[in-house]
Design a protein around this ligand. Structure first.
Ligand SMILES: Nc1ncnc2c1ncn2[C@@H]1O[C@H](COP(=O)(O)OP(=O)(O)O)[C@@H](O)[C@H]1O
Ligand SMILES: [Mg+2]
Length: 264
């Protein structure tokens, strides 16, 4: 069976001639429909580059990305990208509702009444019922990132790409948003690629964790996260299996040379 989302021998270099810098080298990962895969790696290893290539935002130097059997060469309609910094991705001159409606307005497939109803449904889902007429800058950081999540989901994508989506919010909000995204993922059976440098987050959320090495990044390991679902904010993190998975991944991140690194 071919994978729903197939990343096939993707290599990316920036620059040319003597200034060429290699970011990714021969990265291959097969992702099944409805799977939640975390991409973990040290800062600067090429995680954002990887996700932008998967999204069709930048071309790989070689290799390809296939979504449901079709090559991704431009951002596909049914794929959405949740950026790290909500402050840069929300429109300050638009209300919360108008922000969430934006992708649907671009698609021009639904009537105004339907767009409004769907926006309100997703705002309620992320716990922002009643905030639709406020502006993003009137909300806390965590609430703004909830708006960004609602906007991503209201477009009803099949694939959700997230680049360190919780790194700009406080620690407690981060835990809440991780569980919120897991709830929605379980309900909607989305395929999710989550880029993070946070080992706990990767283990808590993912079905599998793909670890990238330092630059030029190759896939250093792929780890099955065999923790039961639904995952519990406290119980899961306190389980012996969680701690053992976390230990293994953290050890590879902290002591990369002690581990054999190669493509899998
Ligand atoms: N547009 C670009 N032009 C040149 N180099 C880039 C560009 N984007 C990223 N890089 C380089 O590629 C490497 C990986 O960057 P990035 O994908 O942002 O890493 P990460 O998200 O893992 O922190 C870094 O060395 C960075 O400087
Ligand atoms: Mg990054």
């Amino acid at each position: 069976m071919t994978a729903f989302l197939k990343i096939d021998a993707v290599t990316k270099s920036y620059g040319a001639g003597p200034a060429v810098r290699s970011a990714l080298r021969d990265v291959s990962i097969d992702i099944q429909r409805s799977e939640l895969v975390a991409i973990l790696g040290p800062s600067g290893c090429g995680k954002s580059t990887f996700l932008q290539i998967v999204a069709g935002l930048i071309p790989p130097t070689s290799g390809q990305v296939m979504l449901d059997g079709k090559q991704v060469s431009a951002p596909p309609r049914d794929m959405v990208y949740l950026f790290q910094q909500y402050t840069k991705s929300l429109f300050p001159w638009r209300t919360v509702l108008q922000n969430v409606a934006f992708p649907m307005e671009m698609q021009r497939t639904a009537s105004q009444r339907l767009v409004r109803a769907r926006c309100l449904e997703y705002l309620a889902m992320v716990g922002l019922g009643g905030c639709e007429d406020q502006y993003p800058w009137q909300l806390s950081g965590g609430m703004q990132q909830r708006v960004a999540i609602a906007r991503a989901l209201a477009a009803e994508p099949r694939v959700l790409l997230m680049d360190e989506p919780f790194s700009a919010v406080d620690a407690l909000t981060r835990l809440e948003l991780q569980s919120l995204v897991l709830d929605i993922w379980a309900r909607q059976r989305l395929t999710v690629l989550l880029v993070t440098h946070d080992v706990d987050e990767a283990v808590f959320m993912a079905d599998r964790v793909a670890m990238l090495s330092a630059r030029p990044s190759v896939v250093a390991s792929i780890t099955d996260i065999d923790l039961p679902r639904p995952r519990d904010t406290m119980g899961t993190r306190e389980s012996a299996r969680f701690l053992s998975l976390r230990h293994g991944l953290l050890d590879t991140l902290l002591h990369p040379t002690a581990h054999v690194v190669g493509n899998v």
